[in-house]
Ligand binder design. Structure first.
Ligand code: MG
Length: 388
């Protein structure tokens, strides 16, 4: 069995009040089309994907199509949905036995519903995923003024709402498209197949597989937990400095009375350095060495808390904010407990997340290694960031 999936994305539909066709609108970092293509590419039963795009986009299709997990080909869409599907159908592989059709505007399609629909098409020739109706369904009629009145209450046991994916045996879909041609304007392929006299099996759809039609649908989709996770990123930072006599000890922007301090080009605040790398790393915005080279005289003796604020500006300029930060300082002595709250306050202020989102813990190294022997101090930091 060789299964070709057609994604109908040829529309120039601007129904969401945007200048961008609906399938290219963003949903937490990806277009609706990218979500749909990636979902089909992940389905183990799909062998290839044909995407019908608006003709203006065919010569420069979106780059993600080349990175998909399955072969993807692009064709020009047509005036109607069924023209787009017909153009895509003409481009399917010679080996294709089953054709799946899916709307680009249903970005949440899952592998189970795709597998169910394909399996039913193999058995019955044609299948559409559909949802049972739980509300009471009224048939209506309009009066002369346009008010609508109930004509009858329908038996909701018999009513189903058709979704995509829909799947068809290749020969059967070819005959249905040839018979109906352009006479029948279809809002889905199942109705073409029905009109040609074939039976279409209904399989259980997925209530999460919503169609994005209105601005409200898009807003609701953007706040769904399963796509929000895409906006969360984590970063790790680590730093170590030697201890040297005649230097102040600065940790997390707090000057701590001690017999010696950390050695370095700047004020050598090992905590701020590790935290800077954690937040830069989470945002994919480089690292402290590239932003503040130790060869640059302007950072000599620099306040590392000010460097952290400056690094955070890069992070926030690229749309991220800090959710929380966890820091472990490794220092054999002095005791850090009296200073931890002030460090939290400084870090929370520099990262605009507040002290309550920051944790700072002190550890000793049990007398081992350079840290344990009191020759150095080190710091680990982990930051979680999210894109608004
Ligand atoms: Mg450093």
């Amino acid at each position: 069995m060789y299964v070709s999936a057609i994604i109908a994305a040829g529309g120039r539909g601007l129904r969401l009040g945007s200048d961008t066709p609906k399938q290219f609108l963003g949903l937490n970092g990806k277009s609706l089309l990218q979500w749909s293509v990636e979902a089909l590419a992940r389905a183990s039963c799909i062998d290839e994907i044909i995407v019908a795009l608006p003709s203006a986009h065919v010569s420069s299709p979106p780059a993600f199509l080349e990175r998909a997990a399955k072969p993807v080909r692009v064709v020009a869409g047509g005036a109607q949905r069924q023209d787009s599907v017909a153009n895509a159908f003409a481009a399917i592989d010679v080996r294709t036995t089953i054709v799946v059709v899916h709307d680009a505007a249903r970005p949440f399609v899952g592998p189970d519903v795709i597998a169910r629909t394909v399996a039913a098409a193999v058995q019955s020739g044609a299948a559409a995923s559909a949802l049972a109706v739980h509300d009471t369904v009224k048939d209506s009629v309009a009066d002369a003024s346009g008010k609508r009145f109930v004509r009858a209450t329908l038996d909701r046991e018999r009513i189903f709402l058709a979704q995509t994916p829909q799947a068809f045996r290749r020969d059967l879909l070819a005959r249905a498209m040839a018979q109906q041609g352009r006479l029948h304007v279809a809002t889905d392929e199942a109705s073409l197949v029905e009109a040609a006299g074939f039976a279409v099996e209904l399989v259980e759809g997925d209530p999460r597989n919503v169609k994005i039609t209105t601005g409200h649908d898009l807003d609701a989709a953007r706040s769904r937990g399963d796509v929000r996770v895409d906006r969360v990123r984590i970063g790790h930072g680590y730093d170590l400095h030697r201890l040297a006599e005649g230097r102040p000890l600065v940790l997390g922007g707090v000057i701590i009375p001690f017999t010696c301090g950390l050695d370095g080009h700047s004020d050598a605040d090992v905590v701020c350095h590790a935290v800077t790398d954690a937040v830069l790393g989470a945002a994919g915005a480089g690292d402290i060495g590239r932003l503040f080279p130790s060869t640059d005289p302007q950072w000599k003796g620099a306040d590392s808390l000010a460097m952290l604020r400056s690094a955070y500006r890069r992070v926030s300029d690229s749309g991220f904010r800090v959710v929380n930060l966890d820091v472990t300082v490794i220092a054999e002595s002095p005791k850090l407990l009296p200073y931890l709250e002030r460090m939290r306050g400084n870090l929370g202020e520099a990262l605009e997340c507040g002290a309550e989102a920051v944790s700072v813990k002190g550890k000793t190294n049990e007398g081992l290694d350079s840290m344990g022997r009191g020759e150095s101090m080190a710091c680990h930091a982990v930051a979680l960031v999210t894109r608004a």
